[in-house]
Ligand binder design. Structure first.
Ligand SMILES: [Zn+2]
Ligand SMILES: [Zn+2]
Length: 321
């Protein structure tokens, strides 16, 4: 076969191939028929799934209401308890201690970590020293470009938990969310009851926020701990830790980022009246709220026993150390 005939033959073969392809794709005979009867169960299943997804939103809203109620109860309870149980905070660092007087453990790093292993200087603590406030930029609209840097003074910062609940759909004017579980104090067993209710509120708040974060994720900056709740990351406040004031380094936020434990040294009944530096490896820790409630007579959930070293050894006496 000459070269010219070969080219012609290939050209014809290509045309034929295209025609056959066309017949395969577009011919009514070769098209695979859609059997709607067979697809019907699948379609019905998809519709049912969509309905289920819509119904799942409701429990989240109920959960958010419970979270706000628990938060109110926690604040009410702690504000009452700190009037009766002495709570101390260091003048130069965020260390908190609950007891008759401050401890003597040398863990003070001073103002802006400028010193090391100093004794703390204790002053009376307020509610914000026990429940560490975490505030976030309030998103007015759910829109990606909201909260630009130049708009940073136009927006308000509100508690992170409240913002989370608002984005779930809770109405802040809803009276049921503003009610507190705490009953007013009355003589003798009043404080113990409040301590118990405050402990319950703490646990409910933390578990509720955990559930909400599974559905409505939030972000926290790895470096400066700025929290952002919502569908987009904002650029309202530059990262305070990085020297070039660049944007934050976000990661998924956990309960601890929105409701910090604020762990403190916890004095057990077997410890000396004042905790000393020499016995620090024997002493336990507890979240400040848990320690406060336990000092006021509430039972501590067993999950904290390990960190509190409830059944741990007593520190040897100072003379034998
Ligand atoms: Zn200190
Ligand atoms: Zn940052």
């Amino acid at each position: 076969m000459s070269y010219g005939n070969l080219r012609l033959w290939r050209y014809k073969a290509l045309i034929l191939q295209e025609i056959v392809k066309g017949l395969r794709n577009y011919s009514s005979k070769s098209r695979v028929g859609v059997n709607l009867e067979k697809l019907r169960p699948l379609i019905m299943k998809r519709i049912a799934q969509a309905k289920d997804d819509r119904l799942k939103v409701k429990p989240t809203l109920l959960e958010a209401r419970e979270v706000l109620r628990a938060r109110n109860a926690l604040y009410d309870g702690v504000s009452i308890l700190i009037r009766h149980i002495p709570v101390w905070v260091c003048k130069y660092c965020p260390e908190v201690y609950i007891g008759e007087s401050g401890h003597l453990i040398r863990t003070c790093h001073g103002y802006r970590h400028r010193s090391n292993n100093k004794l703390h200087e204790w002053v009376k603590a307020s509610i914000n020293d026990v429940i560490v406030p975490v505030e976030v930029l309030h998103l007015q609209k759910i829109f990606p470009d909201v909260n630009k840097h130049h708009e940073r003074f136009d927006h308000q910062y509100i508690p992170a938990v409240v913002e989370l609940c608002l984005q779930v759909g809770v109405d802040v004017n809803d009276r049921s969310t503003s009610s507190s579980l705490i009953t007013p104090p009355f003589p003798d067993y009043g404080l113990k009851l409040i301590a118990r209710q405050t402990m319950t509120a703490w646990e409910e708040l933390r578990s509720g926020v955990h559930k909400l974060l599974c559905v409505h994720p939030a972000r926290v900056c790895k470096f400066c701990k700025e929290v952002q709740v919502g569908p987009s990351w904002h650029r309202a406040r530059a990262c305070g830790v990085l020297k070039d004031e660049s944007s934050h380094c976000w990661k998924r936020a956990l309960v601890e980022d929105l409701v910090p434990s604020n762990v403190v040294w916890s004095r057990r009944h077997q410890d000396t009246r004042v905790l000393v530096d020499q016995g620090r490896k024997y002493y336990g820790h507890a979240p400040a709220v848990v320690d406060l409630c336990s000092k006021a007579g509430a039972l501590v959930p067993s999950k904290y026993f390990c960190m509190m070293k409830v059944h741990g050894f007593t520190a040897p006496r100072e003379s034998s150390l």
